[in-house]
Design a protein around this ligand. Structure first.
Ligand SMILES: *Cc1c(COP(=O)(O)O)cnc(C)c1O
Length: 472
């Protein structure tokens, strides 16, 4: 920035200094191109599944794009459209059945553009009251669906991993405080109890927090039972600060015995956290709702809208039964921040291990407001029905074997006689031929195939077509 001899900034910024920000012909063109591309992508009837490329191949195809003078918006977008985007697997493709796919509704995906275009800040009430109001309405709606009391609240964080970590930090803080007030000594080592089928993010949180994980065995059906948790709590006594139950394991969609586990945690004055990142959404469907009895006992829970609530990446709803406990554990203090916290207004930054945040709950809010909750119930019910229907199809095929009957919408099965390498070859070929994306999986050391069904555009014929490639 140049100044004249008096040190004053010239009245009109020169075109070069404001090139990136001014409303110029160049920026008109860039915005038009980007929005046209987004519009086309959002309204495309069919998008290719696409597949990764090697680093060398991408470097060769794309060439250097970050240069001192820039390559121009038109060329940069062209590189993205023709080289980079095709090297990204389409997570919302109807035949993407790997991991837990993403299937944003049209309204949710489109509104993500608005969130970016408006440079909305979602960390504090002062800066983002309108956005925070809308996010909180969604959080209250979710809390009511899960049977949490009216005072429950929380925040949308980046993902289930950060949600689980933030909840467990609040749990330890709250239990430590309660024990201190009761005059009990702090344990040498804090422990968290969960099942062997709990998500890897629980172990990750424990490492970050430097606490120990007590892994409790599940029953043959994969469910963590209240009695097993009770025994672990007896054994480890006051060193345990939290029990984590999974409401829909990632690998199989198994819902732990929430009611009995919550009761055991309550008897021992231990925090009860429910990890429902993938599965808790199924509670919106009457078909699955009864499986989640007891979730209303949770002190905290997470559910990922970027999984089964049709929101774009990345969003996890973290809810506390008593949000004050989350706030006490997480509020950051600094001279320049205290103006935000002293007003007593609801600031989402205060409820997790983060500060700056985009209001990532808004795409879900807009979609829910647009279509209504009933549309969500129907879409989730549809995925549950489809998963059970394809499980019947697998049962009917002699070369296939269901590893477990599906509970929610994950279907795990084996191809009789196949080794790990066979699954890997088959999966690579499926992707290569753009028939589907089904990453090989495994259970107890045995390789298998796994469908995670949640995209409302996935059809029975899509799944049967993939099963057919395993015959013969
Ligand atoms: C996906 C998942 C997580 C992790 O969530 P991210 O959003 O990927 O961080 C945690 N727990 C369960 C049960 C999950 O399915």
């Amino acid at each position: 920035m140049s100044t004249d001899s008096t040190g004053a900034i010239p009245a009109a910024a020169t075109p070069t200094t404001a090139r990136m920000h001014a409303v110029t012909a160049e920026n008109h063109d860039i915005v038009d191109r980007v929005l046209d591309y987004s519009r086309q992508r959002l309204l495309a009837a069919e998008t290719p599944l696409d597949k990764p490329q090697s680093p060398a191949e991408l470097a060769r195809l794309a060439g250097p794009t970050v240069t001192e003078q820039g390559i121009g918006g038109a060329r940069a977008l062209s590189v993205f459209e023709h080289i980079l985007a095709p090297a990204c697997i389409t997570t919302d493709h109807a035949r993407n059945l790997s991991f837990i796919p993403c299937a944003p509704s049209k309204a949710a995906a489109a509104f993500d553009v608005v969130v970016s275009a408006s440079a909305l800040y979602g960390g504090s009430w002062q800066e983002g009251a309108g956005a925070v109001h809308a996010e909180n309405e969604v959080l209250r709606w979710l809390a009511a669906e899960f049977g949490l009391p009216g005072g429950a609240g929380g925040v949308f964080v980046q993902g289930g991993t950060l949600g689980n970590l933030s909840a467990l930090v609040a749990a330890r803080e709250s239990v430590r405080e309660a024990r201190r007030e009761a005059g009990h000594p702090a344990p040498d080592r804090w422990r968290v109890v969960c099942s062997a089928e709990a998500h890897s993010s629980i172990g990750s949180a424990a490492r970050v927090m430097d606490v120990e994980v007590v892994t409790v065995e599940v029953d043959d059906d994969g469910r963590l039972r209240g009695a097993a948790v009770e025994a672990a709590l007896e054994q480890h006594g006051a060193s345990v600060f939290a029990v984590v139950a999974t409401a829909g394991t990632t690998n199989f969609g198994i819902v732990d015995e929430l009611d009995a586990i919550g009761a055991a945690a309550a008897r021992h004055d231990v925090w009860f956290h429910v990890d429902g990142a993938y599965g808790l959404s199924a509670m919106l469907s009457p078909l699955a709702r009864p499986r989640f009895a007891g979730v209303e006992r949770a002190d905290s829970l997470v559910v990922d809208p970027h999984k089964w609530l049709f929101a774009p990446f990345d969003a996890c709803a973290l809810l506390y039964r008593d949000p004050e406990l989350g706030r006490r554990a997480h509020t950051q203090h600094a001279d320049y921040l205290d103006t935000l916290t002293e007003t007593g207004e609801w600031s989402p930054s205060d409820f997790a291990a983060h500060l700056t945040r985009r209001p990532r709950g808004l795409p879900l809010w807009f979609s829910l407001a647009s279509y209504g909750a009933a549309a969500y119930r129907e879409a989730i019910t549809g995925a549950l029905e489809l998963a059970h229907r394809v499980a019947d199809e697998i049962r009917a095929r002699p070369e296939l074997r269901l590893v477990r009957p599906p509970q929610l919408s994950v279907v795990v099965f084996e191809r009789v006689g196949w080794q790990k390498a066979d699954y890997a070859r088959w999966s690579a070929r499926l992707l290569d031929e753009q028939r589907g994306f089904v990453a090989p999986s495994a259970h107890l050391g045995r390789p298998n195939a796994r469908f995670a069904v949640l995209n409302p555009r996935t059809t029975f014929d899509d799944l049967v077509g993939i099963l057919d490639t395993m015959a013969g």
